[in-house]
Design a protein around this ligand. Structure first.
Ligand code: CUA
Length: 326
């Protein structure tokens, strides 16, 4: 019994503490948009606690006075009752909700909207796929997947699109969530005031591997960002081994600078320079690449890539080649 109770108490505590991890915490803001969202949350939270406090106080007061009404005791008049219902039950909620609407609509939504065209010099286009993120930098030939880079203290225009269903791009520490709608381009500002790595997650249920549709935003110093972008724009360092075509990789993946050009799967031109594979499902590295080629349907069931039945030596050579694509 005691053990069961302990589990009952500890489980929610563990869940709460897991939320304290800062890597994807909307209450650990790293941009002015995210700060506005977090402070709106704290004001609403404070208001809700005050409201709950008032209701509990009224309940306790009524409970304390139970049975006191009757002949000889002073009864509250019907008028007072109506006054309480109108003020606390109707006027107060309307005023509070209207105030929140005005603050949310006029201030917080404004700051989290897409930036004016004149105020940004960098556009990043993110395209949702089931279940990964294609990332493009218009004006350059850079294409990457699931790990995007932006410069620090720089308003970036983020354009989101989708190849299939509705996804939602969300980096809790940087801004609100923005949906990718078929046939539409939605926009938001992406901004970070501190260099670092920020985790993001698809925020709209989009099928079997929705939970494995995560990504990283790397916020670099401007110099490091421009070095990264220049490198990412370069074509592939060396031509692929024959198995890349015979095993069917080229049907879905592109290697810029070769004839392999498809956007069904992630661009592999610099796949070796990324830290993770399959939208953060597994770390990157030769062993993981080999595992992914051979057994990806066990790692991420339902993804569009079939397990590729290669011999050990071929799989190893292919993984070594991909790992070398820094
Ligand atoms: Cu994409 Cu959920």
């Amino acid at each position: 019994m005691v053990a069961k109770l302990r589990v009952l108490v500890l489980l929610p505590v563990a869940a709460l503490l897991a939320g304290c991890d800062k890597k994807q915490n909307a209450l650990a803001p790293a941009s002015h948009q995210s700060k506005d969202i977090a402070s709106l949350f704290w004001w609403m939270m404070g208001g809700a606690w005050i409201g709950l406090g008032l209701i509990v106080a009224a309940l306790l007061y009524a409970w304390g006075r139970r049975g006191t009404a009757g002949p000889g005791n002073r009864k509250p008049g019907e008028k007072t009752g109506w006054y309480v219902v109108i003020v606390l039950g109707i006027v107060t909620p309307i005023v509070v909700i209207a105030a929140l609407f005005v603050i949310g609509d006029l201030f917080v939504i404004k700051t989290t909207e897409a930036p004016a065209a004149s105020s940004t010099r960098l556009t990043v286009r993110v395209i949702g796929h089931m279940w990964w993120w294609e990332v493009r930098y218009p004006g350059t030939s850079a294409v990457t997947a699931n790990e995007l880079h932006i410069p620090v203290n720089t308003p970036v225009r983020l354009e989101v699109q989708t190849k299939d269903v509705i996804h939602s791009f969300w980096v809790p520490r940087l801004n609100r969530t923005i949906d990718t709608i078929p046939g539409r381009t939605n926009q938001i500002e992406l901004y970070a005031d501190t260099v670092g790595r920020y985790r993001g997650q698809c925020d709209e249920f989009c099928g079997l591997q929705h939970a494995h549709m995560a990504f990283y935003v790397y916020v670099d110093t401007p110099a490091a960002f421009h070095r990264w972008l220049a490198h990412e724009s370069k074509p592939v360092a060396s031509p692929p081994p024959k198995v890349f075509e015979t095993a069917g990789c080229a049907t879905c993946h592109s290697l810029r600078g070769t004839s392999d050009d498809s956007d069904v799967g992630p661009d592999l031109t610099h796949v070796g320079s990324r830290t993770t594979l399959a939208a953060l499902a597994i770390p990157n590295g030769k062993a993981h690449l080999e595992d992914w080629i051979l057994h990806n349907q066990s790692i991420k069931p339902g993804n569009q890539m079939p397990d590729i039945p290669l011999g050990g030596a071929q799989a190893s050579a292919l993984a070594a080649y991909l790992e070398g694509l820094k």
